[in-house]
Structure formats: C-alpha cells, structure tokens
Ligand binder design. Structure first.
Ligand code: SAM
Ligand code: SF4
Ligand code: SF4
Length: 396
C-alpha cells in the first residue's frame, strides 16, 4: 500500500465518536456463515446442506420459504438487462450481449408473475430494477398495474435517473412509492470515469424532478471504488443531507463483468465510516434494523457543517454480511427466479407461463426455486467463485 494511503487508513482508524460501537461490532462479526434462523433448521448445519428439512406443502407454509427458515417477501424485478451507462463495477465498456426482445418478459407477463407473488406467495415489496428500468417505454404502465394489485405492494424503483426528469411525475401518478437513484460522484469528470458516460447533469436533473414529483425521501445509492471516488464519501453525505435525501453506501461486490473486484482493496464499511468521521459524528440509529440491508447511523456535521443532520446507511454486504436475515427473491428480465444474487441457479418461469401454466403451477415452481436458496454468498470462503451473471444481468 502506498505510504499516503497507509497513513490515511491509519488516520481513519483513530478513535472517533462513532467508532466504539462500530469497531466492537466488527470484532464480533464473523465473515463466515450468517446466523441462520432456526425455525426449520434446528440441529442442521447450513454448510453441510445435507439432511435439511423437506419442503412443507403450500397449505402449511404458503410463502417463499427456504431450507434455513427465511421467508422472502421482497421481490426485485429486473425489467431489462440493457443500460445506457457502463459503470465499471457492473458492466464492461462494450456492454453485454443483450437479451433478444422476444425473450424478455412483456408487461403482461411481468404483471402476471408479480400478481402471483403478491397474491399467492406473500410478496409485500416490489422493486423494479435492471439494467436500467427507465429504458422500458412501458414502465409507467407496469407500475400502474402493479399498484392495482391486491394486496397492494409497496412499489419502488432503482434507477440511474437518466430520463427521470421527463417521467418522474407520471411514475408518481402511477403509484410509485419510492425511488433509489444511483449516484457515485458529484464531479463530472469522476462521474464519467465511473460510468463511462458524460451524463452527470441528467442524473442531477432526474433527482430534482423526483423530489418535485413528491417521490421523497429519495434514496441515493453510492458505490465507492478505491482511489476513484472514495475521497468523496463525506461530500456525498453533505450533498444528500443538504437536500433531504437519504444516502446509502453499498460495498462493492464481486458482480462486475470485468472482474476488477479485489478482496484486499475494495472499500469496506469500516473505511466508509472512517472517511465520514472526518467531517461527521456518526452514532447508531435508534430504530431497529428489522432485516434491512442498510445499517443506519445518525449523522451530524462537524464545525461549519453542524447544520447538516440526518441519517446515512451502509450496506456492508461483503464485510458484515446479513444473509441470515435475507428476505429477497428476484425475477430476471427473462423470467428466471433467482433466489440469491450469488447463486447461479435459476428457475425459468417464462417458458411454463408461455406454455399455459396456471398461477398455482407458477407459484409452485417459484416456491421450489426459493427452497434451494443458499445460506449465504460465501465470498469469505477460499473456494468462492464469482457468479457467471453480472449485476446488471441479474437485477440489483
Ligand atoms: N441501473 C440502475 C441503477 O444503477 O440504479 C438499476 C440497476 S443497478 C444493477 C442497481 C444497483 O446495483 C445500483 O445502485 C448499483 O450501484 C448497484 N451495483 C451494481 N454493481 C454493483 C457491484 N458490483 N457491487 C455493488 N453494487 C453494485
Ligand atoms: Fe447500468 Fe446500473 Fe449497472 Fe450502472 S449500475 S451499468 S447504471 S445497470
Ligand atoms: Fe440474500 Fe444472497 Fe444477498 Fe445474502 S448474498 S443477502 S442470501 S441475496
């Protein structure tokens, strides 16, 4: 490590107001398997994977239950694998071979599968993602139809915000409840280095339009890369707090096409807390985490920034994994159920749907796919292998 970076790390390790809790928690956190709920798996070892319970019938356990007792209620729907950015931690410079249009789910098919999830399988939150979901011309229609389902799910969107300025009002009117905008840098040059596109102004206009449309509080997602934008952590927090947006830092995960993620050098939650402590006092947020991926902190600016007050979240998927509380199920753009970001197994629902499967048959296939959900991502294991599909192709 270069001396200046080593010195920086050392400085960030200095005790600060936030650090007693943060560091004592880290000492007790294992990078191995998460704590597995024991409702079903009493006496079983997650690592062995053998002898685990057989799947109960839908009468006794109607939801999306897995072998370790977790129940998925949070559905991520990838609306497309295409994107108009090329973020270095996600896509290669030349893009990927896109799914042919006829292989992607139509709006009717998406609404049908989401309705099976909501009505028959206990899904309560639906997040549209991609690729870039704003690239779908029928996005507003899909949101409106999902908002009409009973019981009505909570509906959110994760987007890079390019084109949001023109559609935020229509999305809010259609029933979109919340929005997450990905924004990793406030500097045009760094933004272009990260995304390989010169579109920072469009993203900022999209955020403003979402606020004007009432899609508040807006969540800002930021991934920090070492030596590229990690020095912007406190700037991003100041900018977000100043505008009433909720910032979430996401640790970079090994899901990029260029395979640039390195265990030794990715920016950890600990690094992020250290960067923020240079300008903010952080303290653990009082509300219970309740299975949320982000660990929340109350943040108060120091010195001339004392007026900046609010919360900040850190999603430490790699260094402080929360797989034991995972409530997620995913549908890929071509209708595959993916039980985990890091499990290569997918169960296709599109072909059975097109062949005339009933809602009950689709629900049963979905339940079977989730039963096989892995215990954890296993990034800490020596035999970890990065999934074949990248983040944009799975749906983040
Ligand atoms: N295109 C939209 C966007 O960027 O918001 C939605 C899809 S994108 C795959 C969803 C989220 O995944 C974004 O917030 C992005 O920053 C995050 N993401 C992509 N690749 C990642 C990686 N390798 N590690 C961590 N987060 C990643
Ligand atoms: Fe596109 Fe989102 Fe991936 Fe960036 S993170 S390349 S915006 S899908
Ligand atoms: Fe859930 Fe898999 Fe992510 Fe862990 S890695 S939180 S099990 S989706």
């Amino acid at each position: 490590m270069p001396p200046d970076r080593a010195a920086g790390r050392e400085a960030r390790r200095r005790p600060a107001a936030h650090s007693a809790v943060a560091y004592s928690r880290r000492m007790t956190v294992s990078l191995g398997l998460p704590t597995i709920p024991r409702r079903l798996a009493t006496g079983e070892t997650a690592a062995a994977g053998a002898g685990l319970p057989t799947r109960p019938g839908s009468d006794s356990a109607p939801g999306l239950l897995d072998r370790f007792g977790r129940t998925a209620t949070d559905l991520r729907v990838s609306l497309t694998d295409r994107c108009n950015l090329r973020c270095t931690y996600c896509m290669p410079a030349d893009g990927l071979p896109w799914l042919p249009k006829d292989q992607a789910l139509s709006a009717d098919e998406i609404v049908r599968l989401v309705s099976v999830g909501v009505r028959d399988l206990g899904v309560r939150q639906v997040r549209f993602t991609g690729g870039e979901p704003l690239l779908r011309a029928d996005l507003v229609d899909i949101v409106r139809r999902v908002a009409a389902l009973e019981p009505r799910p909570d509906i959110s969107l994760t987007t890079n915000a390019i084109g949001l300025a023109q559609r935020a009002g229509a999305l809010a009117d259609a029933g979109l409840d919340r929005i997450n905008v990905s924004l990793d840098s406030l500097h045009a040059e760094t933004f272009e280095t990260l995304t390989r596109r010169p579109f920072l102004d469009k993203v900022l206009a999209g955020v403003d339009a979402a606020a004007a449309a009432g899609l508040t509080p807006i969540k800002i997602n930021a991934v920090l890369l070492p030596g590229v934008n990690d020095h912007e952590a406190a700037d991003l927090l100041a900018w977000s707090l100043d505008r009433g947006h909720e910032l979430r830092f996401i640790e970079q995960m090994p899901l990029d096409a260029d395979r640039t993620w390195h265990r030794a050098s990715f920016v950890t939650a600990d690094d992020i807390r250290g960067r923020l402590a240079e300008r903010f006092v952080l303290s653990p947020h009082a509300a219970p985490r309740d299975g949320a991926p982000a660990e929340l902190f109350d943040a108060v600016g120091l010195g001339t920034e004392a007026h900046l007050v609010g919360t900040v979240g850190i999603i430490a998927s790699v260094s402080e994994p929360f797989c034991g509380d995972c409530r997620r199920t995913r549908l890929t753009a071509e209708g595959g159920v993916r039980s985990c970001l890091f499990g290569d197994a997918e169960t296709g629902l599109r072909d059975p749907l097109r062949a005339g499967a009933s809602d009950a048959e689709l629900a049963e296939l979905w339940r079977g796919a989730m039963w096989a959900k892995p215990a954890s991502h296993g990034i800490d294991r020596d035999d970890f292998v990065q999934p074949v599909r990248t983040m944009s192709a799975i749906g983040g």
